[in-house]
Design a protein around this ligand. Structure first.
Ligand code: HMH
Length: 208
């Protein structure tokens, strides 16, 4: 069996749709999302990205040197992203020293658990997490202010190219992976899809 990232998407279209199309994003596009909902997402996503950065560092630790360029460019982008989150939170007077919500904890626990998995599984998860935001923020189309820069951050063409490079690296690894590792990659992909959906739902239900 040879598994590819495109097969994961094609064999799980409905699950992936639920991970990337959500009323939260649709209401950002319509400009009707409530500040409590958006701000909950912003703070929880900052906390998520902090742990995601650690996950990428862990992926780098076990990656072949040929993959360093792409992974290091990802880490550079995350450096900028974390500072940007702090600016956005300050503009909205949000406290980033907030407790993680249950769904955010679950997602962070999952990312930490990857350290014990084979590299092809880690590369697949890395790709899936970035693709989820690339497609999620891109699919609704250009968003109105103040959401434009949020949609552009993950929806911009440069980010799409970066996600394609992550896909290429994951595919390379999956090609030579054992059936058992391929199965683990599939399970992990489905877990990302479920957690992405839950994450949108967590923010969406935060209506004061
Ligand atoms: C929940 N998934 C979530 N947050 C993000 N920032 C990304 C993916 C992309 O980095």
């Amino acid at each position: 069996m040879v598994l590819t990232c495109q097969q994961l998407l094609q064999n799980n279209t409905e699950t992936w749709h639920e991970a990337t199309v959500h009323p939260f994003l649709e209401q950002c596009k319509l400009g009707t999302i409530k500040p409590e909902q958006f701000n909950t997402w912003l703070v929880q996503d900052y906390l998520f990205v902090t742990e995601f950065t650690r996950m990428v560092a862990q992926v780098l630790r076990v990656a072949p040197p040929e993959h360093f360029d792409v992974i290091l460019s990802g880490l550079m982008a995350l450096k900028d992203e974390l500072n940007w989150f702090k600016e956005k939170a300050a503009e909205r007077s949000l406290n980033l020293a907030t407790q993680k919500q249950v769904t955010c904890i679950e997602y962070c626990d999952f990312m930490h658990s990857l350290a014990g998995m084979a590299y092809p599984v880690q590369a697949t998860v890395f790709w899936a997490i970035e693709l989820a935001y690339n497609q999620g923020w891109q699919l609704p189309g250009k968003m109105p202010e103040p959401y434009t820069e949020f949609a552009d951050r993950w929806g911009n063409p440069g980010f799409t190219d970066y996600v394609k490079l992550l896909e290429k690296q994951a595919d390379e690894e999956l090609q030579t992976a054992s059936d058992s590792v391929q199965e683990q990659a599939k399970e992990a992909f489905l877990k990302v899809a479920q957690l992405e959906k839950d994450f949108w739902q967590m923010a969406f239900k935060a209506v004061a």
